[in-house]
Write a protein that binds this ligand. Structure first.
Ligand code: SF4
Length: 148
């Protein structure tokens, strides 16, 4: 794993749940509770995609949520990264090929990191967020290079 070097502020994360059974979402919340406490690393959940660097998405994405997910993604400022948490969003999982499902998520918005599992453990979710963090650092360096 690479070293975090360039990102000089906290990493803000927006969580969108699209048709999840809630187990993936509970594991995301578990990563914020005192046992894992990701806020000590500067990783913080925020209430608006307009403030977020990383989008965490769970669930197989029912058809009526697909446009909402696109809108959430478009509202996030660049540089940004998307992390899919769980098998439902990664492949469709138990809902694969279901008539009312628009996912997997990478058919709706670009995905940077997949965290498989049903549900994945908090350690795996935190590892996925760190991978997204590294990607954002790289994108930020590229954007800074373009400004010079
Ligand atoms: S991947 Fe498993 S735990 Fe996560 S939302 Fe789907 S069914 Fe639930």
């Amino acid at each position: 794993m690479g070293k975090l070097t360039n990102f000089k502020r906290s990493l803000w994360v927006f969580h969108a749940s699209g048709g999840s059974c809630n187990a993936c979402d509970i594991e995301i919340i578990a990563s914020l509770t005192p046992r894992y406490d990701v806020e000590r690393f500067g990783i913080k959940l925020v209430g608006s995609p307009r403030h977020a660097d990383v989008l965490l998405v769970t669930g197989a994405i029912p058809r009526d949520f697909a446009d909402k997910l696109r809108r959430i993604y478009e509202q996030m400022p660049d540089p940004k990264a998307v992390v899919v948490v769980g098998n439902c969003g990664t492949t469709g999982g138990v809902f694969y090929d279901s008539y009312n499902i628009a996912g997997p998520i990478d058919e709706i918005i670009p995905v940077d990191v997949y965290v498989p599992g049903c549900p994945p453990r908090p350690e795996a979710i935190i590892d996925g967020v760190v991978k997204a963090w590294l990607k954002i650092e790289k994108l930020e360096k590229e954007l800074e290079g373009k400004k010079e």
